[in-house]
Design a protein around this ligand. Structure first.
Ligand SMILES: C[S@@+](CC[C@H](N)C(=O)[O-])C[C@H]1O[C@@H](n2cnc3c(N)ncnc32)[C@H](O)[C@@H]1O
Length: 255
């Protein structure tokens, strides 16, 4: 192989980038699917068969003080909120999703579970959320559908109280046969996440957002970003202690 051929190989896009411009199309198709009645199948499957994933996220978030407000961004069928709020009945839940179909499912599920949650149909990039309203925020496997994650993160920033944390999980793309096996039979993640962003892209979004930085933890195929809105952002706050609960993740680094 000649040196030029070798250079070309080196220039090949990193893992996960080979779908190039098609990923934007795939993202639009995903959003369209989630808005369609066909998404009820996804809601049924995940709410029945993937509860372990939401329990995993609830364990990592841990307890919040009584009266706290928790937002789930891209909440879909609302299973995370139903599970978390059943465990912590003194926390008030809020779910945002662009799909009216899934919000209907989430509302019914919350009612059935008897938990305190309200829901809004809206797009994470533009939704008018109350300012400095939430003590904590989560998002599970939704960022891969967002067209402009920097804009979306900036929009969410204002809704967090100064000092509040935002935990965002995504499933990394399965690369090897072992990853696929683990994804389907061990973790039981029922999604291909084909148009997902790479780890490097997500780190870049964080750096360009108003959060600027986040703690990054990787556990098997899960990547978790822990954002904190700085306290010094709010001149009315004189001194507050920020407590970030320790995750069970295996590796940690900051963007
Ligand atoms: C794979 S589902 C995950 C749902 C849920 N968080 C879970 O873990 O089961 C992705 C969700 O993100 C929502 N979503 C995608 N793009 C969005 C956007 N721009 N604004 C709000 N929600 C969005 C979809 O409607 C869908 O419910």
């Amino acid at each position: 192989m000649s040196a030029t051929e070798l250079d070309k190989l080196r220039e090949r896009p990193a893992h996960g980038e080979s779908l190039g411009g098609y990923r934007a199309v795939l993202r639009s198709m995903e959003r369209w699917y989630f808005r369609s009645p066909a998404s009820r199948f996804f809601a049924w499957l995940m709410s029945r068969k993937a509860r372990h994933l939401y329990e995993y996220a609830a364990d990592q978030l841990g307890g919040l003080p009584d009266g706290s407000r928790l937002a789930d961004i891209g909440c879909g069928h609302g299973t995370f909120l139903a599970i978390y709020l059943s465990r912590h009945p003194n926390v008030r839940g809020f779910g945002l999703d662009q799909s009216g179909e899934l919000i209907k499912f989430a509302t019914a599920q919350a009612r059935e579970a008897g938990v305190d949650a309200e829901f809004l149909v809206g797009d994470v990039h533009f939704a008018k959320l109350p300012e400095k309203a939430f003590d904590a925020m989560v998002s599970t496997s939704s960022i891969y559908c967002w067209q402009d994650p920097v804009q979306a993160l900036d929009n969410l920033y204002d809704a967090l109280k100064p000092g509040a944390t935002f935990l965002l999980w995504e499933v990394l793309r399965a690369d090897t046969l072992r990853d696929w096996w683990s994804m389907l039979f061990d973790l039981k993640v029922y999604g291909l996440s084909l148009p997902s962003y790479t780890e490097a892209e997500m780190r870049d979004f964080v750096a360009r957002s108003r959060f600027k930085t986040a703690q990054v933890d990787i556990d098997r195929l899960f990547i978790r970003f822990t954002f904190t809105r700085p306290v010094e952002d709010d001149p009315s706050v004189i001194a507050t202690t920020v407590v970030v609960s320790e995750g069970t993740a295996s590796a940690g680094s900051a963007v």
